[in-house]
Design a protein around this ligand. Structure first.
Ligand code: NAD
Length: 466
């Protein structure tokens, strides 16, 4: 895999390197930063406005990591996801150290530290110092790469602390929840010449990587349309008095939008060469009424004095959005975590020569044996299985969550750093994949009116071929 970078990972062609940082400091505490960029649905600002100060900045697209034999990670937020990723990083073995962990709950930080020492690694620094303890971690000189799996509201402050202290920094999804926040990440990544990444594990799924190869080999012809989603019955988890139940349900009281766009949209963006010649242009969005959480509360919280009864859920249960790209492709993007159903990210694709549908995986390539019927993965596996899965698939299935894709993602990230390659995704992908949250919110609030996406790349997307 060493010779493969991002799109073959995908198709080839890393872009030539970076140039030097310019411009002054962005102060995230400064409320006037990026005037004119919409911070809330009420702001009414042009959603596609570009902050003036960024015009002369050098891009981070294609900028390689500095090569390191050993990558030293600092992890902020050692809850369910943080510890899962720690497990996958440790399973890689050579070339990985986790030197610091941080959480607001000591027991969680200590559980993470024990995972590390149980593997025979030195004990990491354990930072439990309140909600901004991550600033101590970000300042440490034994951390090369900061990864955060906190509740959503902390992703941006943690990422900015990492970037502003010279660390490559990555978060779970969504990386930010307002356009202003997303621009602040672009600004900080470019200014500090450090990568800001959303570690989207779903891009490394077995089917997703195989379909991506087929797309780039032309098997489906020209890609016209894709469908992406996060359809996952989270009602029980959302109402627990621990873990995500402590913070995630609150988002359903504040935003009527697609709250979690990236798991489906990340892979589809790779199929569609988003930021490799194309980008999201605009979105129309609509939400159903809210029902699921209200019904679930009625059914499971009999005590009416429970604080949960003070909550008013405003996120429509099923949000459906359509994205048009500047090259005319379309994407259906959905979100529903409040109703009973089997899990799906849709992961559907239509091209001029064939189609792929997931859940379960089905392929149709015009002219294939058996006529106009779906066939399964075995038909195309030998030709198109991704080499990364061929190489580490067995290890991934044993050591990685979500069917192995989490391990493949961790393995690939470490490989990119150890070999001095550019990361598979950058701050522009992170911003664009999270932008559907504020953009869908605006469209829903405006009666499904089309809302423009910003071009976080400021024209660079068109200079890079897919
Ligand atoms: N990629 C995936 O497949 C996947 C799966 C699950 C969760 N996630 C994402 O991971 C993130 C975390 O989710 P989770 O399920 O682990 O939730 P969790 O509640 O189990 O963990 C969050 C952790 O962050 C800690 N925390 C809260 N504020 C903090 C702060 N200021 N500084 C340091 N630590 C802080 C909490 O104490 C907790 O341990 C979320 O963004 C979620 O959407 C991604």
């Amino acid at each position: 895999m060493s010779e493969l970078s991002r799109r073959d990972l995908l198709k080839g062609a890393a872009i030539a390197g970076a140039s030097v940082a310019t411009a002054g400091l962005f102060n995230p505490a400064d409320a006037s930063a990026f005037p004119g960029i919409a911070e809330s649905v009420a702001a009414g600002s042009a959603p596609d406005a570009v902050p003036a100060g960024l015009a002369a900045r050098a891009t981070m697209m294609g900028v390689p990591f500095e090569r390191r034999d050993t990558v030293r990670f600092g992890v902020v937020g050692t809850g369910l996801r943080g510890r899962s990723v720690i497990g996958e990083l440790l399973a890689i073995g050579d070339g990985v150290r986790i030197t610091a962990v941080c959480d607001i709950v000591e027991e969680k930080a200590r559980r993470a530290a024990k995972m590390i020492t149980d593997k025979g690694h030195p004990e990491p620094a354990i930072i439990v110092a309140g909600e901004r303890g991550f600033e101590q971690l970000a300042r440490r000189d034994d951390v090369d790469f900061l990864y955060t799996a906190t509740p959503w509201e902390w992703h941006v402050p943690v990422l900015l602390a990492g970037l502003n202290n010279g660390k490559h920094s990555a978060a779970e999804c969504p990386v930010g929840t307002t356009l202003k926040e997303l621009w602040s990440l672009v600004d900080a990544s470019e200014k500090n010449r450090r990568h800001c990444i959303q570690l989207e594990n779903c891009n490394y799924g077995y089917n997703e990587m195989m379909v991506n190869r087929m797309v780039h080999a032309g098997a489906f012809g020209e890609v016209l349309h894709a469908e992406a989603a996060y359809l996952h019955d989270l009602r029980r988890i959302l109402f627990e008095d621990r873990d995500e139940g402590l913070w995630r349900r609150t988002w359903h009281t504040t935003r009527n939008a697609n709250l979690y766009p990236t798991h489906g949209l990340g892979p589809v963006s790779w199929y569609m060469d988003i930021h490799k010649g194309d980008r999201f242009d605009y979105m129309v969005s609509m939400s159903t009424a809210e029902r699921g959480l209200t019904l679930h509360r009625e059914a499971t919280v009999p005590d009416k004095s429970n604080a949960k009864w003070k909550e008013r859920y405003i996120t429509g249960d099923l949000n459906s959005s359509l994205i048009k790209t500047v090259k005319g492709k379309t994407i259906l993007l959905q979100h529903d975590v409040s109703n009973p159903r089997p899990y799906s990210r849709l992961n559907n694709l239509q091209g001029t020569k064939g189609a792929f549908n997931d859940y379960p995986a089905r392929f149709y390539v015009e002219g294939q044996a058996g006529g106009e019927r779906w066939t399964n993965v075995d038909t195309y596996k030998a030709q198109y299985e991704h080499p990364l899965w061929t190489k580490v698939g067995e290890l991934a299935r044993t050591n990685g969550g979500h069917g192995g894709m989490d391990f493949v993602m961790a393995y690939r990230l470490v490989e990119c750093i150890r070999q001095g390659l550019p990361p598979d995704f950058d701050v522009y992908d992170a911003a664009a994949w999270s932008a559907p949250l504020p953009i869908s919110e605006q469209s829903v609030a405006k009666g499904s009116a089309p809302v423009k996406f910003p071009d976080f790349t400021r024209g660079e997307f068109a200079r890079t071929a897919g």
